[in-house]
Design a protein around this ligand. Structure first.
Ligand SMILES: [Fe+2]
Length: 233
């Protein structure tokens, strides 16, 4: 995995970058998603710390105008990205700012302003799981859902530490709610209502932060992962 390797997800509109991150002794893949908006500008979802090679690759796609921290955990690369792309506006939940004082947040993810400024995205907050405070986005032009930690999986492409961990946690070769959150689902009814709003979207794929992109089967896989935690959609 190199820092500049952008993979096309939807031609001319969506690209992904994966980088290794260590978490609780396992090396996971962490995904940054690059979205080209209708106005030609770029939105970085879960911004990676930008290497020169990545910044160069992005400059060929368009100007970076938005940096989106989708939950209170996916903030690690945001300060470096904000320094590299000073014209971009940083959108994050206040809960991320409490975890990372280096964030200079321009728009609170929950105040509704972002939805007005980028109307091609539907913001779908995942209620009932303040441990994450995650918002999933539906991008209407490409019929794509953008999630972060809402589910995860591991596969043959992963480092042996995460392949091993994922087998223990039941998310090898299938998606599950990440193990660190399973005991922290504080309002399963609220989570179920949020998930239904996602399941109703006519999405063709679900992009997640840790694991392969889920294509046609995303609806069944997402619902099944949450059903295993007692959340019936
Ligand atoms: Fe994550």
């Amino acid at each position: 995995m190199t820092e500049s390797a952008l993979t096309t997800v939807v031609s001319d509109r969506i690209w992904c970058l994966e980088r290794p991150v260590w978490f609780s002794g396992a090396r996971l893949r962490a995904r940054t998603t690059v979205l080209r908006l209708d106005d030609g500008s770029l939105l970085l979802h879960t911004p990676a710390p930008p290497s020169d090679a990545l910044a160069d690759a992005l400059s060929k796609l368009g100007p970076v105008r938005w940096l989106v921290v989708p939950n209170c955990w996916h903030h690690l690369g945001a300060p470096a990205a904000a320094a590299r792309f000073p014209e971009a506006r940083l959108v994050a939940p206040a809960s991320a700012l409490r975890r990372n004082g280096a964030l200079k947040v321009d728009l609170d993810l929950h105040d509704g302003q972002f939805a007005k400024l980028v109307p091609e995205l539907d913001a779908l907050p995942l209620a009932g799981v303040p441990f994450w405070d995650e918002t999933v986005f539906y991008h209407r032009p490409t019929q794509t859902l953008l999630g972060a930690d809402i589910v995860c999986s591991a596969g043959a492409n992963d480092h042996f530490t995460w392949r091993l961990g994922a087998r223990i946690y039941g998310c090898y070769g299938r998606v599950r709610v990440p193990p660190d959150a399973r005991k922290k689902l504080s309002d399963k009814g609220a989570a179920a209502r949020s998930l239904r709003a996602m399941l109703e979207r006519p999405a063709e794929r679900l992009v997640i932060g840790h694991g392969d992109i889920i294509e046609a089967s995303w609806r069944d896989e997402l619902a099944q992962a949450w059903r295993l935690e007692g959340v019936e959609t």
